[in-house]
Ligand binder design. Structure first.
Ligand SMILES: Nc1ncnc2c1ncn2[C@@H]1O[C@H](COP(=O)(O)OP(=O)(O)OP(=O)(O)O)[C@@H](O)[C@H]1O
Ligand SMILES: [Mg+2]
Length: 363
């Protein structure tokens, strides 16, 4: 991102240097990753630092039920931005949720129509980049798997965003809390002390067990020391935006408290727990939208059966048989099951419902 902005900042000299290569300076970047991980805000922050005006377009608002209208609006936005860039110098056009143009999620159009909208959209971007105006075009999506590959390819840079790791989560929590303290609201020093203590424990675990450990293992290990999870481990799977929401909730609690409006560690912990993390939703979406490959599932089933446990299995048969009978009943009466999950695939939906019913028997 830094290199991109530096080059954009020196657009003219960059263009001159490229002259003999017959390459045009193509300032396009695609940002992808889960919601709330900073795609829009990081770009805005860089734009501010380099003092380059930015226009964030809510792409889905340009999609109309009339294909002609959609194409017209999209190309008009690009043309207008290019005109501003030509007249006033550097300019950034940021298409948020760019997948609204190039995916079957935009259900106002048929598949063929979507393709036409995509082609025309890309055409208008191409026209501009060929002219070498100082315009940078960003696209952002958190549905990268549904993004039309033609859009994907058109962007020179691809930048992946992800949920913050423990080091970054500590920094994000500290930065929000410091901001509150700088605004004159009392913040309990315990928050900082606990964060440091938890962080030091994590460091000593990684020093002891190795740096390449997955965060899941580190956090599991960490929680052996604590009765209640600390803020860093509690916020695993949280986006920066989730942490921000949690801090906001805690702030409401602090300001609304009868005593002295101090933001305490307990308040922050409770609030973070209350808002929850986004990663769990993203994982669930991934499971529901992935296809099931029958061959693969059969393969893994056969590997999973461990015959050394056969004796154990026989001992447990009296417990297992009634469950199997129930499963048999469920399968027989599966028509009566309500479809609780709309996956767009009837068989998959039904399959998930059966699994849910079975899991109820097992708990
Ligand atoms: N890494 C981070 N550090 C600090 N704050 C962050 C971070 N990531 C996200 N945030 C906070 O979360 C808010 C929302 O982030 P942002 O809108 O940039 O996410 P996004 O990736 O564009 O999400 P979406 O895909 O939903 O558009 C920001 O205002 C910022 O305060
Ligand atoms: Mg965004």
């Amino acid at each position: 991102m830094e290199d991109f902005f530096k080059a954009l900042d020196n657009f003219e000299s960059f263009k001159d240097k490229l002259k003999n290569t017959k390459l045009t300076p193509n300032f396009t970047m695609l940002l992808y990753g889960p919601p709330g991980t900073g795609k829009t805000s990081l770009t805005r922050a860089f734009a501010k630092e380099y003092n380059i005006p930015i226009c964030v377009v809510e792409t889905h608002k340009l999609i109309s039920s009339l294909l002609g209208e959609t194409i017209k609006k999209l190309s008009q936005v690009v043309k207008d931005a290019a005109e501003i860039a030509e007249k006033n110098g550097k300019f950034i056009l940021f298409f948020d949720e760019i997948d609204a143009v190039g995916s079957e999620r935009s259900n106002v159009h048929e598949v063929g129509e979507i393709k036409r909208a995509v082609i025309s959209f890309l055409q208008s971007i191409d026209d501009i980049t060929k002219k070498s105006v100082p315009l940078a075009i960003f696209g952002a999506t958190n549905h990268q798997h549904q993004l039309d590959s033609a859009i994907w390819r058109r962007f020179t840079f691809h930048l992946e965003f992800n949920f913050p790791n423990y080091e970054l989560r500590k920094l994000i929590i500290e930065s929000f809390i410091s901001r509150i303290r700088d605004a004159g609201i009392e913040v309990d020093q315990d928050i900082f002390n606990n964060l440091n203590e938890e962080f030091n424990k994590i460091q000593s675990i990684t020093n002891e067990l190795g740096k390449d450990l997955s965060e899941d293992i580190i956090i599991d290990e960490l929680n052996k020391f604590y009765e209640k999870k600390g803020l860093i481990s509690l916020s695993q799977g949280y986006s920066g935006s989730d942490i921000e929401r949690g801090t906001r909730v805690a702030l409401f609690k602090a300001i609304g408290s009868y005593h002295d409006s101090t933001l305490t560690h307990k308040m922050l912990r409770k609030s973070l727990k209350l808002v929850g993390g986004t990663s769990i939703h993203v994982e669930r979406q991934g499971v529901l939208s992935s296809s099931i490959n029958v061959d693969d599932s059969q393969k893994s089933l056969s590997y999973d059966i461990d015959f050394s446990n056969y004796e154990e299995l026989i001992n447990d048969l009296p417990k297992i048989i009634p469950i199997i009978e129930k499963i048999y009943d469920i399968l027989k009466n599966k028509k009566e099951l309500k479809t609780q999950y709309q996956t767009g695939n009837k068989i998959l939906g039904e399959f998930i419902n059966i699994i849910i019913e079975i899991s109820k028997l097992l708990v």
